[in-house]
Ligand binder design. Sequence first.
Ligand SMILES: *[C@@H]1O[C@H](CO)[C@@H](O)[C@H](O)[C@H]1NC(C)=O
Ligand SMILES: *[C@@H]1O[C@H](CO)[C@@H](O)[C@H](O)[C@H]1NC(C)=O
Ligand SMILES: [Cu+2]
Length: 208
Amino acid sequence: MKPTILLAALAVSGAAGHTIMQKISVNGADQGQLKGVRAPDSDSPIMNVNDANFACNTCIKYKDNTVINVPAGAKVGGWWGHVIGGAQGSNDPDNPIAASHKGPVIYYLAKVDDAATTGTTGLKWFKIGEEGRSNGNAGSNGQAQFYMECAQINITGSGTKSSTNTVSFPGAYKSSDPGILINIYNNSGQPNGGGRAYTVPGPQVFTC
Ligand SMILES: *[C@@H]1O[C@H](CO)[C@@H](O)[C@H](O)[C@H]1NC(C)=O
Ligand SMILES: *[C@@H]1O[C@H](CO)[C@@H](O)[C@H](O)[C@H]1NC(C)=O
Ligand SMILES: [Cu+2]
């Protein structure tokens, strides 16, 4: 079987008003709500970096057998909502995510035999992107919130480079990592990092 890929996106943030990635686009083309995406019904975070289901989230309710074709080099977008469907009620200020939630968005891929059916234990993830912030997340150990969803994709192309810098989930993060256990507030209580540098968790981004 041709190898396909699982895409995981994780956001790290703080406080309440959570989020779920529930569809993707490929070069701007909407792939459809919950198509080829593994998502829970609950927008609750995982807060234990050692959770067995850290890679693709826990209590997955929405999962189909769609594998989305992605030509190498295409732009893949993720669509987040406060709850499944987007806003929770009208004028939801916490859609797609509450403003109090500061943190990076991080993207990983793992090569799998069949993205539609694969389990998520023991996969070797490599980081393909990160959108960091100058400010981060949990001020006390174990309080960072992680929101992760996986998409089932089939990247087609002829590249031959492979990443040796792979990580496992759980395993790649420690609750004490500088990008996870961090005070994001300055001395006036503004969540702007207080002039301190921010280090996004996980390995270096793999580039082709
Ligand atoms: C992945 O794409 C290749 C090339 O288009 C195709 O031959 C293969 O069937 C696709 N695999 C899946 C699982 O969609
Ligand atoms: C904290 O950040 C705010 C907003 O940038 C700024 O106005 C304020 O002076 C900062 N406070 C301190 C003590 O640096
Ligand atoms: Cu939250």
